[in-house]
Design a binder for this molecule. Structure first.
Ligand code: NAD
Length: 429
């Protein structure tokens, strides 16, 4: 057995044997050596409040990481989180720990005990805890610059409008709303208040999805012929709000099917001109008394690309995305999950078909998304996924429902501009 210990001046001493007590005593007895000064490559440098290190690996290796260089807390954009449900507590609040430009400063919930517990966990003052009725008082709290709405879908509209009227920028969970009319009214309310509205399309900030889109748009796969996007999960208790039309607005489509729709549009940068859809729900299943289970929809794009998308609330979890071009295929395993994405590219290589797995490491997509919103608040830039991006999805989802109801394809307004509803792409994280 070998034990490694460090002496008082940081020198590492390696000792063999099990006698750790003896080893420590011996190490202390060693005279302090004269250490050579750290080389610049080891010490790094601090410039303008940013720490950086030169690379220690050869350029044959993946680029080294960099320290996060987060803003000092007082300079970060303060967010109020509205709704303390699963997503807020399991993903969003923990993600602030990896944010560089944002911090949680206030909470809004209808449950006083939960408010108190969560506020204590995140060091939020009791005076910055609000209930839904008193939520408009956030107007008087200058520390709150932005509000993150994490409520059931049908409550987004009212909360976004109130936050904008209170003079705050708004980040709103997907789906933005339960109808195009609601979504339009949210965009108008934020524009009238002169505040930014961003929809939390985390996959547009996730590194593998961004890489696939970059490669597709650069022509690496040739002319895109087909996109295959599936997002399914098997729902439990029929009493939950997701199974109630009045609160959810629909079933699997606005919840998980929206990822297939939004990611496909974002990948190509084009807007579909036509949609055709079919809906199926297992009969007699109480989970589907009000909302649909399985939705299959086909989108036609101006370039000729066709996307086959499917979502379900009664099929085992599966979240894959595949892009098939004339020259190559790109695929992301677990494309719409919170983590665990794997990007594969298959193409001809001489006489062989190569299949490469690309690894970019993991970055918390919620932190990337929240930081993007914070940077937009600071710079005044339009978010990559503004309210108009969410509104366009609401328009297409309404057309999907119409097509399923009538059994006919539904035409959509032609849009020739690339990324017609999006703001600038954030710099590489
Ligand atoms: P959840 O049910 O866990 O939490 C909802 C919260 O809203 C709860 O705290 C609940 O108390 C509160 N609430 C207030 N009024 C309510 C009412 N009338 N009925 C029911 N709940 C009420 O839901 P969630 O999973 O946190 O989802 C919240 C939002 O986040 C939804 O819009 C959902 O689509 C979205 N979401 C997004 C992702 C993502 O990956 N971006 C993942 C999950 C959920």
């Amino acid at each position: 057995m070998t034990d490694k210990i460090y002496d008082g001046v940081g020198r590492r001493t390696v000792l063999a044997g099990a006698g750790v007590g003896f080893a420590l005593a011996s190490a202390k007895a060693v005279a302090a050596p004269t250490m050579p000064a750290a080389a610049p490559i080891d010490e790094g440098s601090s410039t303008g409040g940013h720490i950086s290190f030169p690379p220690i690996h050869a350029d044959t290796e993946r680029p080294d990481g960099t320290p996060p260089n987060q803003d000092p807390p007082a300079r970060r954009v303060g967010f109020a989180i509205v709704g303390l449900g699963r997503l807020a507590l399991e993903n969003i609040l923990p993600a602030f720990a990896q944010c560089k430009h944002a911090r949680p400063v206030a909470l809004v919930s209808g449950d006083p005990e939960k408010l108190q517990t969560v506020a204590a966990q995140y060091g939020i003052a009791p005076s910055a805890c609000y209930d839904y009725a008193g939520f408009d008082r956030i107007r008087d709290d200058a520390a709150i610059e932005a509000v993150y709405i994490v409520l059931p879908n049908a409550l987004h509209h009212d909360a976004v409008v109130r936050a904008a009227r209170a003079g705050k920028h708004v980040l709103c969970e997907k789906p933005m709303a339960t109808s195009p009319a609601e979504a339009r009214s949210m965009v108008e309310a934020c524009a009238k208040a002169g505040k930014r509205l961003m929809i939390a399309y985390r996959c547009q900030y996730e590194i593998n999805n961004r890489e696939l889109s970059k490669r597709a748009r650069a022509g690496e796969f040739g002319q895109i012929q087909l996109i295959d996007a599936i997002n399914t999960q098997n729902q439990g208790d029929p009493a939950q709000w997701r199974q109630k039309k009045a609160l959810a607005g629909g079933g699997s489509l606005p919840d998980v099917g929206l990822y297939c729709l939004n990611t496909t549009r974002a990948l190509l940068g084009e807007e579909p001109t036509e949609v055709q859809a079919t809906i199926y729900s297992p009969s007699g299943d109480p989970r589907f008394a009000e909302v649909e289970s399985t939705v299959s929809f086909t989108l036609r794009f101006p370039s000729g690309a066709v996307a086959n998308c499917a979502s379900s609330y009664s099929a085992h979890e599966h979240r894959n995305l595949r892009v098939i071009g004339t020259k190559a295929v790109g695929e992301i395993e677990n494309a719409f999950g919170y983590e665990g994405q794997k990007l594969h590219i298959s193409k001809r290589e001489g006489k062989a078909e190569s299949d490469s797995a690309l690894s970019f490491g993991q970055k918390n997509q919620f932190s990337l998304e929240i930081d993007h919103m914070a940077e937009c608040v600071r710079s005044g830039a339009r978010p990559r996924t503004p309210g108009e991006e969410g509104l366009q999805d609401q328009v297409i989802m309404a057309a999907i429902y119409e097509s399923a109801r009538t059994g006919r394809p539904v035409k959509l307004a032609a849009e020739t501009q690339v990324d017609a509803f999006r703001g600038p792409m954030p710099a590489d994280a």
